[in-house]
Design a binder for this molecule. Structure first.
Ligand code: C2E
Ligand code: CA
Ligand code: CA
Ligand code: CA
Length: 275
């Protein structure tokens, strides 16, 4: 592609070669990380802001690379999707999250992010059933978080899988609500249990009256469809009060707790239970 179109004057781009090499190295390392199991889950509590206490913890994936240290998901999940290993990674995440949630109080659920590609490349139903059986976790304690991009492709198959999962007691949340093109349309097509209002709205609730109005409107729509809302990215007391006033049942963010490794989460759960 370097010699095509408008770039013909530039026969060799050392920057591009460098980034291609970096990417190739990253791919090799990522495949090795899967074999060596160099992944860990951090957990962020999701607070019940009506009754108080912790409703759930969201599992957030990190790659612990010997050279680079802890790598956040946005820096390797797109690559994992591209090279076709997200299915294996997703299956491992489900298994780990279910096992680790067994150490918490039985009224705290675990929320697991699912990539759209896990619906195509894997039997998600079988992966979930396997993770539940191996851990002994009750299906009622598992929430799957999906973005609306899941519903963009293969809609009928995906809907069927979601319905089957739900019939087993697993709950389904729509993640990052409001960031896509037709979020409202999807609410009609699938009975989600929960809507997670994206942090881009929450960010503005301190300063903008409109953002508060949107949070309230989404929560009202959700409520009339039998769903609850979770506000993401709560960093200030003011934001917490505003989303609570807007009717959100749950909230998550640095104000309450940052994502923590499993071992550090346990004492934090005891502390947050008193809030
Ligand atoms: P997400 O599902 O929207 O997760 C919430 C992200 O917001 C997390 O970033 C979390 O650390 C961050 N966050 C939490 N509270 C606050 C806050 O108060 N302020 C701000 N600014 N940020 C906050 P993280 O851990 O880097 O994860 C990024 C994304 O990576 C996630 O976004 C999710 O889409 C994806 N991801 C994480 N784990 C997995 C996984 O196991 N599988 C898949 N497929 N995707 C994952
Ligand atoms: Ca999520
Ligand atoms: Ca989200
Ligand atoms: Ca996100």
């Amino acid at each position: 592609a370097k010699t095509e179109g408008r770039a013909t004057y530039r026969v060799f781009d050392p920057e591009m070669a460098k980034s291609a090499n970096l990417r190739r190295q990253m791919e090799v390392d990522l495949r090795e990380a899967i074999v060596a199991d160099r992944f860990e889950l951090h957990y962020q509590p999701i607070m019940n802001i009506r009754q108080g206490g912790v409703a759930a913890c969201e599992a957030l994936l990190r790659w612990n690379d010997p050279k680079r240290g802890l790598i956040p998901p946005m820096e390797f999940i797109p690559l994992a999707e591209e090279i076709g290993v997200i299915g294996e990674i997703g299956e491992m995440v489900l298994r780990k999250a279910c096992v680790e949630a067994m150490a918490w109080s039985s009224d705290i659920k675990v929320s697991v992010n699912v990539s759209p590609l896990q619906f195509n490349s894997r039997d998600l139903m079988a992966d979930v059933a396997g993770a539940l059986a191996a851990s002994g976790l009750s299906p009622h304690r598992l929430d799957l978080e999906i973005t609306e991009s899941v519903l963009l492709a293969h809609t009928e198959d995906v809907l069927e899988t979601l319905h089957r999962l739900r019939a087993t007691g697993v709950r389904i949340s729509m993640d990052d609500f409001g960031t896509g093109y037709s979020s409202l349309n999807y609410l009609r097509r699938f009975p989600f249990d929960k809507i997670k209002i994206d942090k881009s709205f929450v960010r503005d609730v301190d300063s903008s009256e409109d953002a508060t109005v949107i949070v309230r409107a989404v929560t009202n729509i959700a409520g009339s469809l039998g769903m609850i809302t979770t506000a993401e990215g709560i960093e200030t007391l003011e934001q917490r009060e505003r989303v609570r006033a807007g009717g959100c049942a749950e909230a998550q963010g640095y104000l309450f707790c940052r994502p923590l490794p499993a071992a550090m989460l346990r004492p934090m759960l005891d502390e947050l239970a008193l809030d």
